[in-house]
Design a protein around this ligand. Structure first.
Ligand SMILES: NC(=O)c1ccc[n+]([C@@H]2O[C@H](COP(=O)([O-])OP(=O)(O)OC[C@H]3O[C@@H](n4cnc5c(N)ncnc54)[C@H](OP(=O)(O)O)[C@@H]3O)[C@@H](O)[C@H]2O)c1
Length: 250
């Protein structure tokens, strides 16, 4: 793979790196010469991935992280800076999509989605922002969704969390101007990952699994988008990327 400009040597912290979009992005960025610091709860999976990347000549570190605990997210970012001296990119990617109509009253799902998808992103900002302010450089990439741009039945809470990611990111973008920090939101449509497994309502899960099987595109579509955002020169701040499978209507 030929190397893309402005990626080699950058230190990128990725939450939700144990599967799907995060895992694919870790592989892709590492292939481009980035140093990747992997966070997720499933330590065995991020350990295996880090070892694979190191064996292939890359630099990687795995840190067990539950993004619903702000101290664990701080530990993840602190470990990146201790080990590699800086943080260039914070990819707030960990998330789940427990779709269901409100009338199912899945309050545990609502709480978990809010804790991971919204608070997890805020904790990622809290952990990385002080370092980036000090460095006077850095880039946040927060993962929203097509569901952060459109609303459909069954998606009330998930869409609310993904709209929130965009709102938080736009405020952050405006606030961090004095520190030369960049902020991007990436909003994917259906991408083939384990995400539909987070749906706990069997009737809803069945339909979504079928939709993903027929329509979802590979996870490297997301990784390439991340790499495009990171590879821009420092005076170019790409703020929003929305992409879907060509066949996806809504
Ligand atoms: N795939 C799509 O179609 C799609 C579309 C739009 C947006 N997105 C967004 O993309 C992001 C990544 O999802 P994915 O599609 O890659 O799904 P995935 O394969 O299910 O991956 C989700 C990742 O989030 C991590 N995670 C979940 N809860 C966590 C917690 N409490 N603490 C730390 N990590 C946690 C998981 O790691 P552990 O379980 O090991 O902790 C896993 O690595 C999500 O924000 C999702 O909303 C995906």
């Amino acid at each position: 793979m030929s190397k893309i400009e402005n990626i080699t040597g950058k230190v990128a912290v990725i939450t939700g790196a144990s599967s799907g979009l995060g895992e694919s992005t870790a592989r892709y960025l590492s292939g481009q010469g980035a140093v990747v610091v992997l966070g997720a709860r499933r330590k065995d999976r991020i350990d295996t991935l880090a070892n694979e990347l190191i064996k292939n000549g890359g630099k990687a570190l795995a840190v067990e992280t539950d993004v619903t605990d702000h101290l664990q997210v701080k530990k993840l970012v602190d470990a990146a800076v201790q080990e590699f001296g800086r943080i260039d990119v914070m990819i707030n990617n960990a998330g789940l999509m427990p779709l269901s109509p409100l009338e199912y009253l899945k309050i545990d799902d609502w709480n978990q989605a809010i804790d991971v998808n919204i608070k997890g992103v805020l904790y990622g900002i809290a952990a990385a922002l002080p370092y980036m302010k000090e460095q006077k450089s850095g880039q946040f990439i927060n993962v929203s969704s097509v569901a952060g741009h459109t609303i459909s039945p069954g998606g009330a809470v998930y869409s609310a969390t993904k709209y929130a990611v965009r709102v938080i990111s736009e405020a952050l973008r405006q606030e961090v101007k004095p520190y030369n920090i960049r902020v991007a939101v990436i909003s994917p449509g259906a991408v083939a990952t384990d995400l539909p497994n987070s749906i706990t309502a069997p009737d809803i899960a069945e339909g979504i699994h079928k939709y993903y099987e027929q329509n979802a595109i590979p996870a490297d579509s997301f990784a390439r988008t991340v790499s495009f955002v990171i590879s821009q020169p420092e005076d170019v701040d790409v703020n929003e990327v929305l992409f879907r499978p060509t066949v996806q209507q809504l």
